[in-house]
Design a protein around this ligand. Structure first.
Ligand code: SF4
Length: 69
């Protein structure tokens, strides 16, 4: 469990695969208009950190960054 996790996404880099949404649907969704990632929560709950880490790991273009304080 990780505390103080902050997430950022690079929508310019995102190619809209949806892999992050599948891994962590509470934190990421896809924009209805262009299919790119939308960050729902910049500061996920501690219990979501594993899912968020998986989302970052599976993103094919490394558009998800995790920042730990
Ligand atoms: S996994 Fe990466 S490329 Fe795919 S929708 Fe999420 S941020 Fe975009």
């Amino acid at each position: 469990m990780v505390s103080g996790l902050r997430v950022s996404v690079d929508r310019e880099r995102c190619t809209g695969t949806g892999s992050c949404v599948f891994a962590a649907p509470a934190v990421f969704e896809q924009d209805d208009a262009d299919g790119r990632v939308v960050l729902l929560r910049e500061h996920p709950e501690p219990g979501e950190s594993d899912d968020v880490q998986e989302a970052a790991d599976v993103c094919p273009v490394a558009a998800i960054k995790l920042h730990r304080r």
